[in-house]
Write a protein that binds this ligand. Structure first.
Ligand SMILES: Cc1cc2nc3c(=O)[nH]c(=O)nc-3n(C[C@H](O)[C@H](O)[C@H](O)COP(=O)(O)OP(=O)(O)OC[C@H]3O[C@@H](n4cnc5c(N)ncnc54)[C@H](O)[C@@H]3O)c2cc1C
Length: 400
């Protein structure tokens, strides 16, 4: 993507919103002019889902000049996640801003999901072309020749030139893009995730980098993470783990986390039965060396473990007319690929590039989203397929 000037005129552009009864209609047409002499994309987008893929897409779309309404069902409380590898100059790539002060920057390397999410959300909040609406659950999307829209659980309707589904592995928007293949499929295992503070552990030595260990249940990835204040000094950092486990599928089904072949939800710390905590503790003691054993036991003792059943989705398409998918809504690889986040970044960049080339007003929208699909589909399919052999052998090798 070429460097862009991101200075903007004040005000928010072309989103129109109506209630079910047609009240409170608000519609403004943007007349954006760049002050570096180039034409700027005008138009509007609704992005459904303000997690990592949604925030990154909102930022790249805003950079092209498109006005973005970002709809997120949660209020961002109680969210957690694993660790992500962040590439250099992430915010610069997304926003085009070359001067990002240290306080706002998202450091490169392995980072916690929270720190990346916080950094992206702050960048989105600082961008006046992005309007973020939390506590907004999208139930459906639709389109005609002129525009696209979503309807929300509380009866509102948001219209824009395009709708982007960034609503994760259980995407609602996916059924409007791939009605014949709307669900991702359970891959046959759960990942137990936790983060411990090195200062709370009794270990004598600390890891230099990511450790990969095997166990009867499945592999364990252990990774040192910066402390909350950014410290990288061994003994003062955080230790994260992702423990793959193909032996607990009966529990997942009984708890409703899996229904048929579809993942319904993760097991939050308080949904994990005491018996499972006890078993995980005993297995960690028997199978892993320090400090990973200590990190798992610390999380088990604090009842601070999350169980995420893993699903996979190989896409056949990424766009349908004015509606497209990015991130886990578009493609779900096993976390073992370590690439879901960077794939979401590539989606966001490809989307913005296609929109810069074609625009989103009128028939251009379909052309832009078809171009986006052409750019990303083969790589997205390959990425998911690259992890499927691992998933199959893990699920096959350990009886549920
Ligand atoms: C256990 C685990 C470990 C992982 N480890 C790695 C790793 O090491 N490296 C890596 O690159 N990737 C990893 N990933 C994948 C990576 O986290 C994702 O690919 C990436 O964060 C993109 O996610 P997303 O934003 O597309 O989806 P999500 O994070 O699922 O976000 C979807 C958002 O949409 C919102 N939403 C959903 N439905 C609606 C609706 N109807 N209306 C409004 N909002 C809605 C949700 O509340 C959520 O905020 C891992 C994933 C998991 C599960």
């Amino acid at each position: 993507m070429t460097r862009r000037d991101t200075r903007r005129p004040p005000g928010h552009g072309a989103i129109s919103m109506t209630t079910r009864r047609g009240e409170n209609s608000l519609s403004t047409k943007p007349t954006l002019a760049r002050n570096d002499g180039h034409a700027e994309t005008t138009g509007s987008a609704i992005v459904v889902g303000a997690s990592l893929a949604g925030l990154m897409s909102a930022l790249t779309l805003a950079r092209t000049g498109v006005e973005v309404t970002l709809l997120e069902r949660s209020d961002d409380s109680g969210r957690t996640g694993a660790a992500l590898h962040v590439e250099h100059d992430l915010l610069n790539r997304l926003t085009g801003r070359t001067r990002i002060n240290r306080r706002d920057a998202i450091p490169a390397g392995l980072q916690t999901w929270h720190s990346v999410h916080d950094g992206l959300r702050a960048a989105a909040r600082a961008d006046s072309r992005i309007r973020l609406l939390p506590n907004t659950i999208v139930d459906a999307a639709a389109q005609n020749h002129n525009d696209a829209w979503v309807t929300t659980r509380d009866g509102r309707k948001f219209h824009a030139d395009i709708v982007i589904g960034a609503d994760g592995h259980r995407s609602t928007i996916r059924r409007h893009v791939a009605p014949d293949k709307p669900h991702s499929e359970f891959a046959g295992y759960v990942i137990w995730i936790g983060i411990a503070q090195e200062s709370e552990l009794r270990a004598r030595s600390w890891p230099d980098g990511v450790d990969f260990l095997s166990s009867t249940n499945g592999p364990l990835l252990g990774y040192p993470l910066p402390a909350k204040d950014g410290t990288l000094t061994p003994g003062r950092r955080q230790l994260g783990f992702a423990w793959y486990d193909a032996t607990r599928n009966t529990l997942l089904r009984k708890s409703g986390a899996i229904d048929g072949s579809v993942v319904q939800h993760s097991l939050t710390a308080d949904q994990i039965p005491e018996e499972i905590y006890r078993e995980l503790g005993a297995e960690a003691r028997a199978e892993f060396p320090s400090p990973w054993r200590d990190a798992i036991l610390d999380c088990v003792n604090r009842r601070a473990v999350i169980g995420t059943p893993i699903s996979e989705y190989v896409p056949n398409n990424l766009a349908n007319g004015r509606i497209a998918l990015v991130g886990d809504a578009a493609h779900v690889p096993t976390p073992m690929t370590g690439s879901g986040f960077s794939a979401s970044l590539h989606d966001a960049e490809a989307l913005a590039k296609a929109i810069t080339a074609h625009g989103v007003k009128g028939p251009a929208a379909k052309l832009a989203l078809a171009t986006y699909e052409r750019t990303r589909l083969t790589d997205a399919r390959r990425l998911v397929q690259s992890g499927q052999q691992f998933s199959r052998s893990l699920a096959r090798g350990v009886a549920a």
